[in-house]
Design a protein around this ligand. Sequence first.
Ligand code: F6P
Length: 472
Amino acid sequence: MVSESATATAAQVLVASNRGPVSYTVGEDGELTARRGGGGLVSGLSAIGDDAGALWVCAALGEGDREAVRRGVGEPGVRMLDIDAGSREGVHAAAYNGIANSVLWFVHHMLYQTPLEPVFGPEFRAQWAAYETYNRAFAEALAAEAAPGAAVLVQDYHLTLVPGMLRELREDLRIGHFSHTPWAPADYFRMLPDDVAEQVLRGMLGADRLGFLTNRWADAFTECCVRVLGGTSGTRIGVHGLGADADFLRERSRREDVEERMATLRGQVGEGRKTIVRVDRTELSKNIVRGLHAYRELLETRPEWRERVVHVAFAYPSRQDLAVYRDYTAEVSRVAEQINTEFGTPGWTPVLLHVDDDFARSLAAYRLADVALVNPIRDGMNLVAKEVPVVSDEGCALVLSREAGAYEELGEDALAVNPYDTSATAEALHAGLSMPAGERAERTKRLAAAATALPPARWFLDQLHALTDDAA
Ligand code: F6P
């Protein structure tokens, strides 16, 4: 049995995702503390209002969450599933770390390369079985909670099998699925074992409508369906390019705590110096190490920037249960230190690396940045590229990978780079640092307009309406 926290029944609109809008920690005194998260889905769901009978179904992720489920503690409108309850110990870890983050994430971001080659043997099969169990737990919970004819919006690569499973349980529902990642080209996707590739696609095609962040990812999905299954069997496919939340960001970035952090950062950077800012979760797809190499090349080939620029790099922890992520995190620190040792002087630290997550400090860096470096190998969208122009104080040049989803909307006013080409990235950094203030401000204005074209609330409502409107 999957154990769960009880909430209202018969929801009209349901969202399902691995990570939910709230997480719990247990204090030393045994007290549970809830922490609410942000993001597009949170603002989107709040836009439909409390009367709409909305319910968010998510997984219990840590001990705090599991304890909350055991005690029956829950937030209104959220149902947390303890996938590992009863005899299912380890199912969530195998599905989340084993399949979602180590296989599907790697396939869609095209991250496999020697020595990170996939081996689809017995260990993979055991994890795949866990992934099926985990998806079934979600499908069953959604089937139990949904009102007749309700709309269910399933999120991401963790839950690709849910639409098909849910369709079998509840024919009456409107089911949507949205992918927040890129989608792999067919030749790469077919690296997955044939039966698994088929299962993923058929699982998603169980939905009435599928959503992607860009045309490129939607086309890749369609190509996979044609190559693996022979077609998309009539499922509707739409593109919804999530934008930055301008109102929230502008208000939040003017608060006192952000001002304080700006003062600290200014002190650390030093009077009169320019800043190259990057803010990422430390994921292999973010390409942080190559970004550091590009910065090193800039200092090497353009010595006029030495002592005159600081690379402010915020690399926040992500998925530290996986060795490959831990190794990558260590590599980021190692390369940053190397640059500081090689080029640093008593009054100048070339790289300012922070690894502890602090949203107010990120906003402070956005406001101060002269150049923002966003160079992922592949990225579904990349909201940093969209957020910086919105909050920038005096305009910021954007060095942007052409492999980020955001490039489809921001490409014209960004300085585009091939993320593997560190020399070209170094030159783009130089161009950004040298850009006249007037041009920078003009470009930033246009970037901000493009970045906010589809704010989270509208992004969510558009999908919901498209799902319930048969013609869309
Ligand atoms: O950026 C893609 C994405 O799938 C987001 O939609 C999601 O919030 C995140 O990655 C998942 O990250 P985590 O493994 O920390 O939950």
